[in-house]
Design a binder for this molecule. Structure first.
Ligand code: NAG
Ligand code: NAG
Ligand code: NAG
Ligand code: NAG
Ligand code: NAG
Ligand code: NAG
Length: 731
């Protein structure tokens, strides 16, 4: 059908090939196949070409990206391929533009039978990805995906929505009639493509048109292929006079637009499986461009859309033993999304977000500017390319929930995206923590609070700190049997270090007083295990357990000195002299942890294994907390050593493999001397620009070869990339 109608329009056939024909009934939809079309030319990318471009990234379930690395997709062009959920599953999200009432081009997605517009450039900031597109030399477009981040405003941050702003102008100076089209498919509503979706098109009380899509039989707190199986998706825009809408089979709705530039304002009454004649939810509207005099600035016409997910219940949480016995509901508690504290219903929440565009744009620009300026000053252009790419990824793994009881306020939950889905993993919060310490340390406290509440209420039996608050997000149900993944030394160190870092940045020493009893319990573990670590996992669990790990020992020893600082800050007289122990341990550690005979000398991976080495990233804590425990000579020694073992894309994590961790490289860079710091940063930026990986910013990659995933393990979209801010979190 598409071919024949386009055929009747003559000129529109340009760019079509015989292969682009209408699919057979019930054949897999193009969205499922994600058949990327080759880009007609190569776009510019600034500041680098990221592995994947963030499109709408606000929460673990609103995480939509555009593949850019060459191992998937078309190299980062918005026209000609489908956006993906972070897992790689395509998400139907299409954009078309119709010019001069006869020619139609796709500016987003790969709808079959429709030629693609030409992407000229893509530029990203901390909160925005801007695509500049040329439509047959006639019309210019800027498509801006804005996923705002509000570090100091939990109300705004609580709404998991993003904007897409569409700007058009005359590229050839002439005026052109222009119509814009966009749709989403029901693929957003469930990770199970055979699940039945339901939908409704409506208008909010303040004149906002919305398509609402949800899984017909929602399962609260459940996921399928990491997508949420509950809640309502909204795709919304201002209900301007000439806006038309339609829901129906993808080919039919898009074809209606291609033919006439308008939609029927009809709703598809047949609720059905997501993958059965793929229902889509479209809008069309006029956006004419006016003529411009040569060499004068173009007159821009624009419109914007909001996309997001509203879930009333967000997280199951087991934090308070008492409440288990009150009879008020079963434990664990279902905690509501924080936005439910501020808005009476979904209409109000959606309307607030949509009408907040101007404020959100301004606040986002302020944040973009701050991060760019600080990053340039701390580490130059390459560093700015890394920090700005990490912002949406780090915040996009978190979810704010409301807690209606004292003494806790809102809590921030984090998903260990892609590695295993754990809830509130301590050694994932830790590498991510620099971005929160830099932007607002209270956000880190909101992540630590539930970990403390659960353990202080006796819901965790081990004497060391727990690894995570639940095996799978969004279930923060703890580990009352104590069988979480054991990383005792790592997590005791992390909890003490993050707690002191928070108190130092915020000035909230009451927080230290409040938790001193359990902090001392963890410190006792460190006294017995930190100097000679037992055979155990470190956070780099993919490398397996090892005895006497040098870097792990250092974390524990610095954490003991941190306990001394904590005791002094709150006038607490501990049973142990932490400072004495830490100083004793560090002098022994320097001896047994270093190979002094090598040229140049360096610390070793584990005691007694003289030919080994690794990134000593836990040294960062000594500077972060100003503990001044480790001699300056050791900083200098490590800084001189790393360049001697660097590969093209970075320094291997340790002698066991050629892969490395981007987050730990930047922790290491932050405490290296200038030239070594620049080396780490420039190699990681080069890798980011060149890696063939096409999922969101992996933290585990090969330092040699073509810079693929480390050992083929696909870590992606993990919040640990908040560690890019390690330079900026230092005092
Ligand atoms: C389009 O976006 C680019 C990149 O942000 C910007 O430099 C350019 O000025 C924009 N063009 C218009 C007409 O707004
Ligand atoms: C969370 O727990 C509930 C109840 O046990 C379960 O049905 C659900 O599948 C869990 N969610 C995930 C994502 O594991
Ligand atoms: C924007 O598009 C509308 C609808 O076609 C049109 O009425 C208006 O004149 C256009 N504005 C500009 C600045 O071209
Ligand atoms: C750990 O290292 C220390 C110091 O080198 C050594 O004495 C001890 O034997 C090592 N532990 C084991 C179990 O090998
Ligand atoms: C702790 O040890 C240090 C170093 O030996 C010493 O100076 C300090 O007085 C001791 N503090 C206490 C409270 O014993
Ligand atoms: C020494 O390090 C290597 C990795 O480089 C590791 O495979 C080996 O087990 C270590 N040996 C000992 C005795 O710990």
């Amino acid at each position: 059908m598409i071919l024949s109608t386009l055929g009747a329009l003559g000129l529109a056939l340009v760019g079509l090939t015989a292969a682009q024909k209408e699919p057979e009934p019930n054949s897999p939809n193009e969205a499922e196949l994600n058949t990327a079309q080759p880009a007609s030319s190569t776009s510019e990318f600034y500041p680098v070409r990221p592995p994947a471009v963030p499109l709408a990234v606000r929460s673990p379930y609103l995480s939509t990206w555009l593949p850019a690395g060459r191992d998937g997709g078309n190299g980062g062009h918005l026209p000609g391929q489908w956006p993906i959920f972070w897992t790689g599953q395509p998400l139907g999200w299409a954009g078309l533009i119709r010019v001069d009432n006869y020619e139609t081009y796709a500016w987003m997605g790969a709808p079959q039978g429709i030629q693609t517009a030409r992407q000229v450039a893509m530029e990203y900031t901390s909160t925005k990805s801007v695509f500049t597109i040329d439509v047959n030399g006639k019309v210019g477009m800027n498509i801006t995906f804005l996923s705002p981040v509000f570090p100091h405003d939990v109300q705004r941050q609580s709404l998991p929505f993003s904007y897409v702003n569409i700007e058009v102008w005359s590229a050839d100076g002439h005026q052109h009639p222009v119509q814009i089209y966009t749709d989403i498919s029901a693929e957003w509503a469930s990770g199970d493509r055979s699940a039945v979706a339901q939908w409704k098109t409506g208008f909010s009380s303040v004149g906002i048109a919305y398509h609402k899509v949800w899984k017909q039989t929602p399962q609260v707190f459940s996921e399928a292929n990491d997508q949420a199986e509950w809640g309502s998706w909204y795709y919304a825009t201002e209900a301007v006079e000439k806006l038309t809408f339609q829901s129906g089979a993808d080919t039919e709705v898009r074809e209606a637009f291609v033919n006439g530039g308008v939609l029927s304002n009809a709703e598809d009454p047949l609720f059905r499986a997501i993958n059965k004649n793929y229902p889509v939810f479209g809008y069309a509207l006029d956006l004419a461009v006016s003529a411009v005099a040569p060499s004068s600035a173009p007159t821009v016409n624009s419109t914007y859309f909001s996309i997001g997910l509203l879930q009333w219940e967000a997280v199951r949480y087991q934090g308070n033993a008492d409440r288990r016995n009150t009879g008020i509901g079963e434990t664990p508690d279902a905690l509501n999304s924080l936005w439910t504290d501020y808005y009476v219903d979904e209409d109000e929440a959606l309307s607030f977000f949509h009408n907040d565009f101007e404020t959100a744009t301004k606040l986002s620009k302020d944040l973009d500017d701050k991060i760019a300026k600080d990053s340039l000053a701390a580490g130059g252009q390459d560093y700015m390319a890394l920090t700005t790419l990490a912002v949406r990824q780090a915040f996009g793994a978190t979810e704010l929930v409301g807690v209606n009881h004292e003494p806790l306020g809102p809590l921030l939950f984090m998903k260990e995206i892609s590695s295993n889905g754990n809830m509130q993993t301590v050694d994932v919060i830790y590498p991510a923590s620099p971005i929160f310490l830099y932007l607002n340390p209270e956000l880190l406290r909101m992540m630590l609070d539930p970990l403390y509440e659960n353990q202080e209420n006796g819901l965790y039996p081990n004497k060391y700190a727990m690894h995570d608050l639940g095996t799978h997000f969004p279930n923060a149900t703890g580990h009352s049997d104590g069988t979480d993944e054991p990383m005792p030394l790592e997590e005791c160190g992390n909890m003490i270090i993050m707690t002191l870092a928070y108190a130092q940045k915020s000035g909230n020493t009451d927080y230290l007083k409040k938790h001193i009893v359990i902090l001392e319990q963890w410190a006792a573990y460190l006294i017995s295990d930190a100097l000679y670590p037992a055979h155990q996992l470190s956070t780099d669990d993919f490398a397996g357990p090892l005895l006497n790990q040098t870097n792990l020992a250092l974390k524990g020893i610095i954490a003991l000195q941190a306990m001394h600082v904590i005791s002094e800050l709150i006038d607490w007289f501990p049973m142990q002299n932490y400072s004495q122990i830490a100083h004793d341990y560090i002098s022994k550690w320097v001896e047994i942890g270093t190979n002094k005979n090598d040229n140049p000398p360096h610390t070793i991976l584990n005691y007694g294994n003289e030919t080994t080495h690794g990134l000593l990233y836990n040294l960062y804590n000594d500077r972060l907390l100003s503990t001044h425990l480790v001699p300056d000579s050791l900083y200098k020694q490590q800084s001189a050593f790393y360049p001697t073992v660097a590969n093209v894309y970075g320094v291997p994590l340790d002698t066991r493999h050629d892969y490395t961790k981007g987050d730990w490289e930047i922790f290491t860079a932050a405490v290296s001397e200038e030239s070594t710091k620049r080396m780490f940063i420039s190699k990681l930026a080069k890798w980011t620009n060149e890696t063939p990986t096409s999922r969101p910013f992996t933290d585990l990659y090969e330092t040699g070869g073509d810079g693929g995933y480390g050992d083929g393990i696909i870590f992606c979209a993990r919040p640990v990339m908040g560690g890019m801010f390690a330079l900026l979190a230092l005092p």
